[in-house]
Design a protein around this ligand. Structure first.
Ligand SMILES: Cc1cc2nc3c(=O)[nH]c(=O)nc-3n(C[C@H](O)[C@H](O)[C@H](O)COP(=O)(O)OP(=O)(O)OC[C@H]3O[C@@H](n4cnc5c(N)ncnc54)[C@H](O)[C@@H]3O)c2cc1C
Length: 440
């Protein structure tokens, strides 16, 4: 990471902590409501912190490239998930502690005597519970990704709005210029983040459409889409990055999917994405007609050699995880990059190796050695077979292995096994980059 990115990263963490704790500091300013004991004040503090963190989620999930660049968008999504659970437990404790504050608070929770702002608070709590439960148990609840995303986005907004109604109704700590100003500033920030994500960004994308030029079949139940920009110069990306693709629908739709670019970064006006048939959307990708309108939200991601300079590289790909690696290899060839590269590529069968022919040819343009590892090798196969293990790595890694940067892209269990194997071999783990094709 460059010094500029490190500084930005530290600054962003500082701003995040300051904003999420601002309501707590605001509590200390000015007179406090009289006659309220420790538990009541503690409960309020937990509620404020929980809500401030929940509101900041609109920024974390907004795919603001300036915010995600220092960490990588996958790290930001993981943080979003972990911090949501912390914020939710604060909010739960906020509600749970109220009865401890004294018997006089119990009437607040009784349906017959509960004031409207308490009803709003309880409804907000339930809405947050729906957001968390549907995220943790999406698959068990049988929710398809798009439906889950619709529920997630809408109910989260409703939950935050109800919580703000609750705070406004309670009135304490929302009075006086400073406190009221702070809450108004937070609300404006959240609304602006939402407006940018749901209105402004799609509007920008609408002005930068693409057209599908070609849909080509690849080995391994995959298809390569070639996208041509319409009325603009295309997208400059770093090899290994990805974008969210919307096909045939408006960019306001939530039907978008993330795919790595598989093409060379030297061709920003001829973008290619290689997509494996997998589920609802991808299994029909081969039916996409040339001429179809497309929109891209990107580029995103830090899985790129342009951010991780080294004397040489080792790429380890499994299945369709080859796509970002292919983009890197094609770019290196186009740039006449002479640094040594080793590719360990795990596939199930020989006939299913995506980009097999091109990988055979690339060593003529690149200082590249390819090792195929087959799970189900054909008869008479003399190459590597089974899984990529520590022993297999030890057999193929070059003498300058400690000076290389490592990039792993493949299914989670494979990534984990390879990281363990690398650790066992004493390889420099701080020089390992990985891309997961599964954020959610
Ligand atoms: C950074 C990144 C890069 C990727 N690059 C490639 C690539 O180059 N080639 C490739 O074939 N695949 C790639 N994928 C995976 C691809 O996005 C999913 O396979 C695809 O979205 C699945 O959609 P589906 O409707 O066909 O499958 P489904 O069966 O509906 O979904 C399978 C799983 O994919 C995930 N998923 C589904 N829809 C979305 C969505 N809109 N956004 C995010 N995740 C979703 C969910 O976890 C879901 O459970 C990438 C994923 C990520 C995160």
């Amino acid at each position: 990471m460059t010094t500029k990115l490190v500084l930005r990263s530290v600054l962003l963490i500082g701003v995040y902590l300051a904003v999420s704790m601002a309501p707590l500091f605001a509590m200390l300013i000015g007179p406090t409501p009289p006659g309220r004991g420790f538990w009541r004040e503690f409960s309020v503090a937990l509620g404020f912190a929980g809500l401030a963190i929940m509101g900041l989620q609109f920024f974390l999930t907004g795919r603001f490239r300036s915010l995600t660049a220092p960490y990588g968008i996958d790290v930001v999504y993981h943080f979003h998930r972990a911090v949501s659970l912390i914020a939710f437990s604060f909010i739960l404790l906020h509600a749970g502690i109220i009865p401890l504050a004294g018997p006089e608070t119990l009437h607040l929770l009784h349906p017959a005597t509960s004031p409207w702002w308490m009803v709003a608070g309880i409804a907000g709590l339930l809405a947050f519970a729906v957001v968390i439960a549907t995220s943790l148990y999406r698959k068990q609840l049988g929710l398809v990704y798009e439906r889950w995303r619709g529920i997630h986005g809408t109910v989260a907004v409703v939950a935050v709005a109800l919580a703000m109604t609750h705070i406004g109704g309670v009135g304490y700590y929302a009075q006086g210029y400073v406190k009221r100003g702070l809450w108004i500033a937070l609300i404006i920030g959240w609304v602006l983040a939402l407006a940018y994500v749901r209105l402004i960004k799609p509007m920008i994308m609408l002005r930068r459409p693409y057209r599908i030029e070609e849909v080509a079949k690849e080995r391994g139940r995959s298809w390569t889409l070639t996208l041509r920009p319409e009325g603009h110069r295309g997208m400059n990306f770093m090899p290994g990055q990805f974008a969210w693709l919307t096909l045939g629908a408006s960019p306001y739709s939530i039907r978008e999917h993330p795919f790595s670019f598989s093409s060379s970064a030297m061709e920003p006006d001829r973008l290619r994405m290689t997509i494996k048939e997998l589920g609802d959307f991808t299994s029909r990708i081969g039916e996409v007609r040339p001429g179809t309108r497309a929109y891209l939200d990107g580029p995103h991601g830090t899985f790129t050699i342009d951010r991780h300079g080294a004397a040489g590289y080792v790429f380890i790909a499994g299945g369709v995880g080859i796509t970002p690696v292919m983009s890197i290899l094609r770019t290196m060839a186009d740039r006449h990059d002479a640094r040594p590269v080793l590719l360990l590529y795990g596939s199930i069968r020989w006939e299913e190796i995506t980009f097999r022919e091109e990988l055979d040819e690339l060593p003529a343009r690149l200082n590249l050695r390819v090792v195929h590892v087959l799970e189900e090798p054909p008869e008479g196969w003399k190459g590597e077979s089974g899984r990529i293990t520590a022993e297999l790595l030890a057999r193929h890694l070059p003498a300058d292995r400690m000076a290389r940067e490592y990039f792993i892209c493949g299914p989670e269990p494979m990534q984990k096994a390879i990281r363990n194997a690398m650790d066992r071999l004493g390889l420099p783990m701080e020089h390992v980059q990985s891309e997961s094709f599964n954020f959610v």
